[in-house]
Design a protein around this ligand. Sequence first.
Ligand SMILES: [Zn+2]
Length: 417
Amino acid sequence: MKHLLSLFALILILSSCGNEPKPETEPMAIAPKPIVKEYGFNTEEYEFVRDTVKSGDTFGTILDAHGVPAQTVFNITNSVKETFNPARIGIGRPYAILKSKDTSQTAQAFIYENDKVDYTVVNFSDSIGAYKGQKKLTVVEKEATGIINSSLSKTMEDSGLSVVLAYKMADVYAWTIDFLRLQEGDRFKVIYEEKYINDTIYAELGSVKAVYFEHRGEPFYAFNFKHDSIIGQREYYDEEANNLRRAFLKAPVQFSRISSRFNLKRRIKYYGYKLRPHRGTDYAASVGTPILATADGVVTKSEYRGGNGNYVKLRHNSTYETQYLHMKKRKVNVGQYVKQGDVIGWVGMTGNTGGPHVCYRFWKNGVQVDPLKQDLPSAEPLEEALRTEYFMHIDDLKRRLDALEFKEENTNIIAKL
Ligand SMILES: [Zn+2]
C-alpha cells in the first residue's frame, strides 16, 4: 500500500479561511478577571507543576518527589485501577501535579496526558478518585487544492495531518475513484476542518466537508451531510444528492435469469462428475443484450482469450474487480474509465460456452468470490424529505469549491505520499 501510494504525490496548497477568531469589537466594559481553567481546574487556585515522564520514573517516584506519602500512593494505585493504570505511564508523556497555593504546598492531584487531547485526572485532595477528560478543541475550517504528480516520491513526508487528509479523501471516494491508480493531472479542491487545542496547538484533522475531485478529466463532487434521521456512518453525496457509496448493480444484464450460480463444488456429468468449480455467476440472455459495468471502474482487460472468449475485466477500487465473459463483441478498451451502468459489450457465445450468457466473475482482493454472498455496502439514496435541506447545505460549499483556484506555482507542499 505504502509502495503503491509512493507512486504519486499529492500537493496541497493550504490556505486558511473564514472561521478564524474575529477581533473583539465590542466596547470594553469593566469586566471581572476571567476564570482560566486548565484540565477543569481554576489556574488561580492551584499551582501547576508541569513535567514529562522520564526514563526510570514511576507513578510512585513522581508522587514521592512531590511529598505524597507511600501509603497514599498505595491507596491510589489500588482504588483507581479502572480509570488509570499507573504502570502504563509512558516516557515523554506530559503530566502535571496540582498543589495547593498555601504554605503547605500539598499535592492534590496528578494529571496525566494520555495523548494530545485526552487526559486523566487522579485526584487525592480529600478522597481518592480518577476520571478522564478532554481538552477544549476549537475547530478551524481550511481549504486546500492539489494536483497529482506521477513523480516517484519515495518518502512519506511531513506531517501526519496531510497524509490523514489524503486517506480521508480516498475514503470519501472509495466507490468512485481508485486512489491507488490516480492519473497525473488529477486534481482536487477540499474544504475540511482542523482541530486546535487552546486555538494554537494542532490536535487533529476534523471532518472533510466538501471535495471536488477531477479524475481522468471527470468531475466528482462530494459533500458531507449528516442528519439525525440518517443512522450510521458519515455519508457523502454528490451535487445531485446521489450517494457516493455505490453498491454494485445486482446483475450485469437487465431482464436476465441466473442459469448457473457460483459453485466451488460443482461436478459435471459430461466430465465424469469430476470437480469443475464454477467461479462465476451465469446470466442467460439473448445474443446482443447489452452488458453493463456493475460499478464505476477502469478497464484493465479487453481481449479475446481461449475459453473466456471475448471478455472485459474492470477494476473498481483497491478491493474489487469484475469480469464479463463470452461476449459477442466488446465495446471498451483497456485504460478506459467506465461508470456504473455503462454498456461495455454485448452478450454472445464466444469461448467455452453452451449457450448465450454472460459469465460474471467477481474478484475481492484478487480472489474470485460469489457476489451474491458478499456483504457489499448499500448505497441508500438521500430521502426525498431531506433533499431541500441538503441542497441548501451544499449551496455555499459548492460555490466556495468552484471559486477555489488551482495554483501550481506558490505550491506549499505539505504532503508527498
Ligand atoms: Zn460461468
